[in-house]
Design a protein around this ligand. Structure first.
Ligand code: SF4
Length: 316
């Protein structure tokens, strides 16, 4: 990679002292590991909408679909001030070329999932979304979004980062005035990656590309991108990965000895039984892909959808 991928991040996660108490929530995985590949665009909705540091804490109150943002002790309603900022900020971010966003969990401004919403009585319900996170998700419906807490889950982490890299590849592809013919090539390179996520949407995308000449290039690209990002939100499960691995080794049948094929099958089955991580059979498979130089396989993004150094396929 020559240039880092731009990602939006809740500012306190980068170590900036913007929280209500003057502190931060520095997340080392984000800055030290992901920072090798991503350039971060920090956003602190509470400070950027004009609130001081330190400040009174806030909470969401009322209807979870349309909550109000109130200061916790003095009950001052900050909703209008925050929404005005959100409307301006999401438009400003349209030009930032973001390929993803990592939000701070639980925040009434930045939390993406299960933020507490308080009613008049009883315990808070965990079914809200921070006001800035909600405005951002509405403005960028296909952009990969995640919370820092959920990045501790290996499967969610891999899925988010894989989508960020794919989103970036698509942006690069589109930036060069991609044609119908080039879309056929893009789709061919992503087939196995898509198969590992959603065989059903892979088929739908195949049909869309095949009928591409009946659509304008703009319509075709918009529909394809929509399906691409939707397909990748489905988890690449062990079962689907096993299916892809068997599909790949089918290409080696004629060249490999029976012992070599047996070794491949053994490693795939060890992965299927959760004894080894995906990286184990994949390393062996990649060896034969390089050895036999089968161009359909060497070009597949499935073999390296993100840098191996991130070790996203090293968990069982
Ligand atoms: S959670 Fe969001 S609003 Fe709160 S300090 Fe962090 S960036 Fe600012």
């Amino acid at each position: 990679m020559t240039e880092k991928i731009k990602i939006g991040v809740s500012s306190c996660l980068l170590g900036n002292p913007v929280r209500y108490d003057g502190g931060h929530k520095h997340d080392r995985y984000i800055t030290d590991m992901l920072g090798q590949y991503f350039d971060f665009i920090p956003v602190c909705p509470e400070v950027e909408c004009g609130l001081p540091v330190p400040r009174e804490t806030m909470r969401l109150v009322g209807d979870p679909e349309k909550p109000r943002l109130l200061t916790t002790r003095t009950k001052v309603d900050m909703t209008d001030q925050m929404l005005k900022f959100c409307n301006r900020k999401v438009l400003e971010l349209e030009t930032s070329e973001l390929c993803g966003f990592i939000f701070k969990k639980d925040s009434p401004s930045s939390g993406l999932y299960r933020v507490k919403v308080y009613g008049d009585t009883g315990p808070a319900q965990r079914n809200g979304r921070g006001l800035f996170a909600a405005a951002f998700a509405d403005q960028f419906p296909l952009l990969p979004l995640e919370e820092e807490g959920r990045l501790n889950d290996a499967k969610l982490r891999e899925n988010f980062i894989e989508r960020v890299f794919c989103y970036h590849r698509w942006k690069d592809f589109i930036a060069n005035q991609a044609s119908y013919k080039e879309l056929i090539g893009f789709h061919a390179r992503h087939k196995l990656q898509l198969m590992a996520h959603s065989p059903k949407l892979l088929s739908a995308m195949g049909r869309l590309v095949a009928s591409g000449k009946t659509l304008s290039v703009e319509e075709l690209m918009t529909s394809y991108f929509d399906l691409l990002m939707t397909a990748l939100t489905y988890r690449a499960t062990v079962k689907k990965n096993v299916n892809v691995l068997y599909h790949i080794i089918g290409y080696f049948k004629k060249q490999n000895s029976s012992d070599e094929q047996a070794e491949l099958i053994e490693q795939i089955e060890r992965y299927a039984r959760h004894f080894v991580p995906l990286v184990v059979p994949l390393t062996l498979v990649s060896h034969y892909v390089r050895k036999y130089k089968i161009s359909y396989l060497t070009d597949q993004t499935y073999l390296e959808p993100h840098p191996a150094e991130l070790m996203l396929r090293n968990h069982v």
